[in-house]
Ligand binder design. Sequence first.
Ligand code: PLP
Length: 432
Amino acid sequence: MTTYLNSLDYARYLDETDELRHFRAEFLVPERDGQPLTYLCGNSLGLQPRRARQALERELMSWQQRGVEGWFEGDAPWLSYHRSCQEPLARLVGARPAEVCPMNNLTVNLHLMLTTFYRPTGTRTKILTLAGDFPSDQYALETHVRSRGLDPAEVLVEVPLRAGEFHWREADLLQVLDQQADTLALVVMSGLHYYNGQVLPMQALAQKARALGIPVGFDLAHAVGNVPLHLHHWDVDFAVWCSYKYLNAGPGGVAGLFVHEKHHKAQAPRLAGWWGYDEARRFEMTQGFVPMPGAAGWQLSTPAILPLAVHRAALGLFEEAGGMERLREKSLRLTGYLEFLLQDINQRYGAPITLMTPPRAEERGCQLSWLVRAEGKVLFDYLGQRGIVGDWREPNCIRLAPAPLYNTFEEVWRVGEALDTFYAASRPRYPF
Ligand SMILES: *Cc1c(COP(=O)(O)O)cnc(C)c1O
């Protein structure tokens, strides 16, 4: 357990001794009145890497100078452009390069994976998921199940939170998996929950599902670029994610897909397009789909090169920072500092804040979600006035996510300072 101090000097000391501090200069931080905002919303949209513009301009120039030949010519011909993302993505999610591929957008990829991995047969027709998972995932599951002529109310098994609790217990999840094993065709859920910030027990779920013969997939929208992942080793069947949160690839950036290599040989059922067709013969335009080996075989359409250029450039920053393990080390301290400051406020002002995110560092990423007693929206707006950009969820939840690539300990301290000023002004110092 790290011990921290609540002082600006101490926060600045932590920044000065932070080996990753120079990465902040790689980003463009939004400003107000000439001052950088305290941007703690990378869980929603990561900041713009400076090199994004240059990467975009390079491809615009290639288009300008080469026209259609840009697919075949230049330093990074567009035809194989996606490949330059495979290795860095594979390192981020703990996979072999052929197991991952950037493509489409997240919800599209989720549907593609449901087509491949949801194979209801006999009594095994159900899908295990979390109650209150991300809305887009809920809609995808509901409509996908309906498209197969099945009733979502019968098929979807949603594990709720226990009454009065804020995160799922591993034992509960494994128990439902065990109990429902004979009826389950698939397990699919968030790897890191968007609302409470919990890292779900991916390895344990994958291990148990494997033993029971049930495929398992995760939505890693909030996990990729945030926590270390070992998808191949964990024996996860598939995963999907987006690139505009912690991967900083820009609004609506190209999403990612992981398919475990054990599924590469099988003629898996899929919804296909020409870009997933065997590369060597794609332009022969013959009848009968022959997939590319690996995750790339799930590509549908001509890749969006311009967003992919930004994605590729942003991934370079993760490589240069020494990968996820190194970022995680800073992330644990940065988020630990935020937690310490929230606890300090609780001690001094009669505990107005309830942490929803699990207290154990292994069970969370960089985001802390907290419920505020009364006046929640007033407090959130006050933070906004002080230039602190976070995220508000009705009725009274604040989510802040210090990202280790660009946030500083001083910024985290500013949150504590703002809370202190707020509670000092709005409440009696002692609650009795
Ligand atoms: C952000 C997020 C999405 C967004 O899906 P898009 O298809 O990129 O709009 C989906 N699922 C989860 C869990 C998310 O956090």
